[in-house]
Design a protein around this ligand. Sequence first.
Ligand code: SAM
Ligand code: DTB
Ligand code: SF4
Length: 323
Amino acid sequence: MHAEDLQSHALRHDWRKEEVRALFDSPFSDLIYRAQTVHRENFNPNQVQMSTLLSIKTGGCPEDCAYCPQSAHHDAGVEAERLMRVEAVLAEARRAKAAGATRYCMGAAWRAPKDHDLETVCRMVAGVRALGMESCVTLGMLSAGQAERLAEAGLDYYNHNLDSAEEFYGEIITTRTYQDRLDTLASVRAAGINLCCGGIVGMGEGRAERAELLRGLANLPQHPESVPINNLVQVEGTPLYGTEPLDALEFVRAIAVARILMPGSMVRLSAGRENMSDETQALCFLAGANSIFLGDRLLTTANPLPDSDAALLDKLGVEAMPV
Ligand code: SAM
Ligand code: DTB
Ligand code: SF4
């Protein structure tokens, strides 16, 4: 029997609202202890998976996501660019591999890919895999046929986030629905591609909505293999610029609850590390985060410099997770 099957009896998809809220509300030490215990039952606690991101098609996006500097609805100073050429993307992927990344994630500011562009992305996916790296793309909404095409090209992961709790979603995005997102996730799953699906905190939501975002992820038919927890990167010109930043310990709580709800998933300490202290990041690892983005850029915003990440991981005795 496959290891995942042996473990799956322990994975729950029926978390109740009050249960998740009670986890969030528990004393900090109790929460971290439980999260770290679950973490150790499932993973080597001193290993972290490293992914690198590249924006293969930047800006000019027709969606109105209130957090996003790439939306054409906001003026965040991001120039709209065309889809990159395959060779240029692969040159970047080689650099990321040399710097220690094992997964290469390519993001496009699209509502949904055009079939013609999808073929170009498929060549990028094949090229990344030929380098011996895992491939991940995030291209917006997918039809069932497009997901199958990506699967044929050998895509390992598709990133598509729930982004927020269903109740809060309408405050953040009006141009596509929460149900649209669930439909894309179902198409990706049906095609047999691993799912990278998480959300953003620090968008002005309360603890209740943070709990509901995580419950929404855990109660999907199957837990996403990767769960990125993004702390909002505030970009001037976006509607969420100037939002009261989330307290660092509240962010750590979100990581811990994600770890407890989805014990076998990789929990990624995703956007927002640039504004986090070493101490906060260390607490996130203690709370069960075991994946990060490596490299000085996310899509359009800054990520910690490789040297400072190397120093932090060294101080913590953390090593790269083998693929
Ligand atoms: N356009 C595609 C889509 O939205 O499905 C793919 C790219 S989009 C930039 C991928 C994810 O990045 C979003 O779902 C959101 O969770 C995250 N993101 C975008 N801007 C962010 C920001 N300012 N801070 C934190 N996360 C952000
Ligand atoms: C995800 O959940 N976080 C990454 C990835 N998926 C594509 C993106 C973070 C983007 C942060 C804002 C930017 O750099 O544009
Ligand atoms: Fe477009 Fe994605 Fe940004 Fe939304 S998050 S505006 S869909 S690039």
